[in-house]
Design a protein around this ligand. Structure first.
Ligand SMILES: [Zn+2]
Length: 306
């Protein structure tokens, strides 16, 4: 039947509820009599199902066949809302990453001109800082002789230079200290500040943590695997889920890159990991929404739809 060609042209618009009542009547009249076009329409309906599954309320509303302008307006509203949320999430992710960059620790490579160590009367020690030190910490280890060995790291951050105060001193309240080392945290040997050298003639090196390198590698593999799966099964029902899952490691990877750059060997593991995860948490909805918006755009750009 020649009419079928016309009906096929009209079906997308019919599906979107954008036909005039007369045309709707015409299409429905034809559908009643033509199984081929009914099948075509069924196919079309199934293709648009992923969009409808997004909200039960929206689905119900669409089922009620509320035609024309209202449905278009609702779609535009939803699109605008998504664009705003996308922008907010992106801004938060970038702000977190910027904060991470500004609070990145630049460790001082040597103690000269940076600190002096003073023994207090009660057996403890105090580190006095000079120059633009804005942060310091130490960790202690059991010495072979039974006492403690302290390792001190000293750094500055851009953030503290602008917004914080310099650090003037740090008390080491440990008892029974055998030695205090200065850790340059750059791969070279720790420098003895006080006490007895624990490894005479040899070098003590504070090693960086490599976990973030492994996390990034694992995320990369996960993105690849889930991405390939999502592509291979793109016609299946599980495809949206696979895509959503692939975005998790993708957001992590991007988050790590934004917060740390390619330098993922770290001497401040907890801080770096936390900021990476926070950035990724903002990036995830942003990525998800940009995919959804792109898909909606593609769908709208189909020939004959507007
Ligand atoms: Zn037909």
């Amino acid at each position: 039947m020649r009419e079928c060609g016309i009906i096929r042209d009209l079906l997308p618009l019919y599906q979107e509820g954008m036909l005039s009542p007369d045309s709707v009547e015409f299409v429905e009249g034809h559908l009643k009599t033509c199984p081929d076009c009914r099948a075509e329409r069924e196919l079309l309906r199934r293709e648009t199902v992923p969009e409808e599954t997004e909200g039960a309320a929206e689905k119900a509303a669409e089922k009620a066949a509320e035609p024309g302008l209202a449905s278009v307006r609702r779609k535009l509203l939803r699109q605008r809302r998504r664009t705003v949320i996308l922008a907010v999430c992106l801004a938060l992710a970038l702000a977190t990453a910027l904060f991470a960059r500004m609070t990145e620790r630049y460790y001082f490579p040597e103690p000269q001109g940076v600190l002096t160590l003073r023994e207090e009367g009660n057996g403890t020690m105090t580190l006095r800082f000079s120059g633009n030190v804005t942060g310091a910490k130490y960790f202690n280890q059991a010495a072979e002789g039974g006492g403690r060995v302290l390792y001190v790291s000293v750094w500055r951050t851009e953030w503290d230079r602008f917004f914080g105060e310099g650090l003037s001193e740090l008390t080491l309240p440990e008892e029974d200290v055998e030695a205090v080392y200065f850790s340059p945290n750059n791969g070279s040997e720790d420098i003895l500040l006080w006490g007895e050298d624990q490894v005479p003639g040899g070098g003590v090196i504070t090693l960086p943590r490599l976990a973030l390198v492994y996390y990034a590698a694992a995320a990369l593999v996960a993105v690849a695997v889930l991405g390939v799966l999502a592509f291979a099964l793109r016609r299946r029902k599980c495809a949206p889920w696979l895509r959503a899952a692939a975005l998790i490691p993708a957001a992590y990877l991007l988050g790590e890159f934004l917060t740390l750059g390619l330098e993922t060997v770290t001497y401040s593991m907890e801080r770096d990991f936390l900021l990476t995860v926070l950035t990724a948490a903002f990036l995830y909805p942003a990525l998800w929404l940009s995919l959804a918006l792109r898909e909606e755009h593609k769908r709208r750009a189909l020939p004959g739809e507007l």
